[in-house]
Design a protein around this ligand. Sequence first.
Ligand code: ADP
Length: 200
Amino acid sequence: MIRVIGLTGGIGSGKSTAADLLAGMGADVVDADEISRGLTAPGGAALPALREAFGEKLVPQDGALDRPGMRALAFSDPAARARLEAVLHPLIRDETRRRLAAATGAYALLVVPLLFESGSWAGRVERVVVVDLDEALQVRRTVGRSRLAESEVRAIMATQWPRWRRLQAADEVLWNGGGLEELRSQCERLHARLAAGRRG
Ligand code: ADP
């Protein structure tokens, strides 16, 4: 069984950017968010169960999940959020397991935005890499790449673990408060260690 290294961090911290860099160096990347998007895209395996749970307004026949509509509902209604997770999480876990089983490199990188928060992932990874940066820059970058307003980004951040707690739980930290080259050089060192099976 391949070694599985978790990669997490707050919204807009640079998880995808770091995962892309590590993939370019040879890491097998499995991205839980990408799997989730695939499950809820047109023809996605989660659509029938989601349509059953939420109706055709959020999941039109022959369409995709209305992601912004679903996000708004899940944000304001914990019961709806729980129903959404009850459908999606087992499917995400199955597909993740399938992709990890097919990975052939020295290690697999499992990218999970809410790795710590959702609890069920912690036992599946050997070590956790946290992408870290200060919150003001995190907000700026997230607003820069999305259509979310600063207040919306801060509301999402408030549902995620605070920076200090994530750092405390991290086995490895990639500091992403600098430029891309600084992130790349840290990824190179991390990849070399992980590929060689070293920890320190
Ligand atoms: P996440 O996957 O954690 O949500 P992303 O990797 O998508 O975060 O990064 C969020 C935004 O910040 C993207 O627009 C990305 O291009 C940008 N970004 C990430 N790292 C850096 C960096 N070191 N310098 C400048 N921009 C960055």
